[in-house]
Design a protein around this ligand. Sequence first.
Ligand SMILES: Cc1cc2nc3c(=O)[nH]c(=O)nc-3n(C[C@H](O)[C@H](O)[C@H](O)COP(=O)(O)O)c2cc1C
Length: 240
Amino acid sequence: MNEVMSAIRARHTDRSAYAPERPVPDEALSILLEAARWAPTAHNMQNFEILVVDDPAMLASLGSVRRNVSDVFLRENYRQLSFSEEELRRRKTGVLASTFPPSWQRPDADIISMKPDFLRDSLQGAQTLLLVLYDPEIRAPGSEGDFLGIMSLGCVMQNLWLAAQSLGISMQILSAFGAAPVQHELRPILRIPETRSVAFACRLGSPRLPTVLPLRVRRELPDFVFRNGWGDPIRLAGET
Ligand SMILES: Cc1cc2nc3c(=O)[nH]c(=O)nc-3n(C[C@H](O)[C@H](O)[C@H](O)COP(=O)(O)O)c2cc1C
């Protein structure tokens, strides 16, 4: 396997707690930011900004913001969950329920009775947080709903993730930072202008304890790759 493929295969979500005493050093941060800088974007719009948050007092302020998990999230998240490794292997998509907090595994989401939780529960000790921002008023030329602009933000995400992987830095995407009520609370703390939205956040660091990766699955190529017409599963030369 070449280096790029190795990094792609090794990249993963690390949802474990990160060691507060081992923050991401600036030398590594500069490589991560360089990776983001060179991300491909539609029309080379470079439609993003990055807010690095690594001041402990600032992280503590963010931590006290309510996570505001919606009942829609809970219900839809539940559909992606498998409750055993056997089920996940069979489904080939989604994640193991055990990687999420118990309250997120409930099918009968009753948001009112849920105990309140806060962004500090998401940060889990991380001392480096990146917020990727964009201006929703600026869209890729002719792109309905800014589909191409949003895909570009995904390229930024992947570049960051692969760079983190190559540096041995753990990363977890935190979509919760993009939820409207959360953004509303973040704006005054981080001086985010009204013209900017949070696309996603990611926390970076080193696991506090040696991590055991949960089972991760992917579909097989013939499940989703067709050749010369939709529905004809691909068979590659050399396959039996
Ligand atoms: C757009 C996007 C948003 C995501 N949001 C979250 C999130 O809020 N919390 C989380 O733990 N993982 C999040 N993930 C990670 C996915 O759940 C994860 O990539 C997927 O389950 C595959 O696992 P892997 O990253 O270990 O390969 C997100 C991933 C993407 C691409």
